[in-house]
Write a protein that binds this ligand. Structure first.
Ligand code: AMP
Length: 415
């Protein structure tokens, strides 16, 4: 991984600045949430792409934009056809046009007659949005022929869709094969995501603390393993903490547990010890008599949970201990909540950690929040402006931090 990452930043052709007077085929992530009337309820993803699109327009380029929206192949009409009404990217045209401050044309197909005719007729400074790439099953299959049809619409290719960079799809990865190295590049959003991930993984100012939470150990094994060789402190919270607690011989009641991962949990603890990494588990928990916001609750040590009670948040002692570690850190990476933060009685632990991350940042630490639920948690705390960087790509950031090669990144860097 080290080799290909180094090339991202050493090669100036990997920025978008070099392209002018070209037809730019660009992959973005406009997979926005819609309400029942198909109004956009959160346009964060569209906004995130605007700097790249504006920069390209300033340089006299014509833009042919590709994106997916939802999962039209999984949610077809009863007769097996695509539900165009629900999944058309036409829903995005108005908002995109308003944010860009310029009209946006729409092609009612992705590689068909309309897309071809409109992309051919496109002049400098004009913008064309193609219909949902996932209307074609070939998109997710990474199909070469489909990718080739997309590629012929542009002189150059830009990938600014970090959120889908971990997928080897036609418009995110395969299409890049049809452009030579000097004709493809990352967009500004993608570049910023990669640079921030790099800052944490390759050049962390120490002490470096990783906070890993969420439901299951099995989802985060690779991340924890990878981090143990890089961090000074690793803090484990959320449901996954109880698998570690049980593996150490504790009583965890009916808390979330993965019995088949207990040996692995012990191996991770041993690995941390071997590498001199401080491994923190929550000393105490907020426990409940059911998985419910109306449940009876009390606090107790995390390894002494009574039968029929479950740990749904970290307790006061754990909050203090974790916060002390985070506040003394100079690099902080956070992925996953400390408890069931969606229910107010179990949101306090996650909120305490959010405050500690914000405090560390105010003292000069670099903090990166990666992963869908930790992003929701930091937003819920109202502290999103007080951390260094919030990743837009949950799964993609997780895989990148796990040390995996992302197909969307490799596509730009490879020949
Ligand atoms: P993940 O997607 O793996 O980051 O997990 C996030 C989910 O984990 C959230 O929906 C939380 O409600 C859930 N979660 C966190 N702590 C616990 C816990 N102690 N017991 C059950 N679920 C939890």
């Amino acid at each position: 991984m080290a080799i290909y990452i180094a090339r991202v930043f050493l090669n100036p052709q990997k920025t978008i600045m070099n392209f002018s007077n070209s037809k730019v085929l660009i992959r973005v992530d406009f997979n926005v949430p819609l309400d029942g009337q198909f109004n956009i309820t959160d346009d964060t993803r569209i906004e995130a792409a605007i700097p790249t699109l504006k920069k390209l327009l300033e340089k006299n380029n014509a833009l042919i934009i590709m994106s997916h929206l939802g999962r039209p192949q999984k949610k077809k009409n009863e007769d097996g056809s695509i539900n165009v009404k629900k999944f058309t990217l036409e829903h995005v045209v108005g908002r995109l046009s308003a944010l860009l401050g310029t009209p946006v044309q729409f092609a009612n197909d992705t590689i068909g007659e309309d897309a071809k005719a409109k992309s051919e007729a496109l002049s400098a400074g004009e913008v064309l949005l193609l219909e949902n790439t996932r209307f074609h099953a070939e998109e997710a299959a990474g199909d070469e022929q489909f990718a080739k049809q997309l590629s012929i619409m542009g002189d150059v290719y830009i990938n600014d869709a970090f959120g889908t960079a971990h997928r080897a799809h036609a418009s995110t990865a395969t299409v890049a094969k049809f452009f030579s190295k000097d004709k493809k590049a990352f967009g500004l959003l993608m570049k910023k995501e990669l640079e921030n991930a790099e800052k944490v993984i390759k050049n962390p100012t120490r002490p470096f603390t990783a906070i890993v939470g969420g439901a299951k150990v099995s989802d985060k094994i690779l991340l924890i393993k990878q981090l143990i060789s890089k961090v000074d402190n690793i803090i484990i919270g959320g449901g996954m903490a109880y698998t570690f607690m049980k593996a150490k011989g504790g009583a965890i009641g009916t808390s979330l547990v993965e019995l088949d991962k207990m040996q692995l949990a012990n191996e991770l603890i041993a690995l941390a010890k071997e590498k001199n990494v401080n491994f923190y588990l929550p000393q105490d928990s907020i426990i409940a008599d059911s998985f419910n916001k109306e449940a009876k609750t009390k606090a107790c040590p995390s390894d002494e949970i009574e039968d029929n009670w479950m740990g749904l948040d970290i307790g006061e002692k754990a909050r203090t201990e974790f916060s002390d570690v985070v506040e003394a850190s100079k690099t902080v990476l956070w992925n996953g909540p400390m408890g069931v933060f969606e229910m107010e009685p179990f949101a306090g632990g996650t909120r305490a950690i959010a405050h500690a991350v914000a405090y560390a940042t105010s003292q000069g630490a670099f903090s990166l929040i990666g992963g869908g639920d930790s992003v929701a948690a930091i937003n819920q705390s109202g502290l999103n402006e007080q951390v260094s960087f919030i990743s837009t790509g949950g799964g993609a950031m997780l895989e990148y931090l796990e040390g995996k090669e992302l197909p969307g990144v490799a596509g730009i860097l490879n020949d």
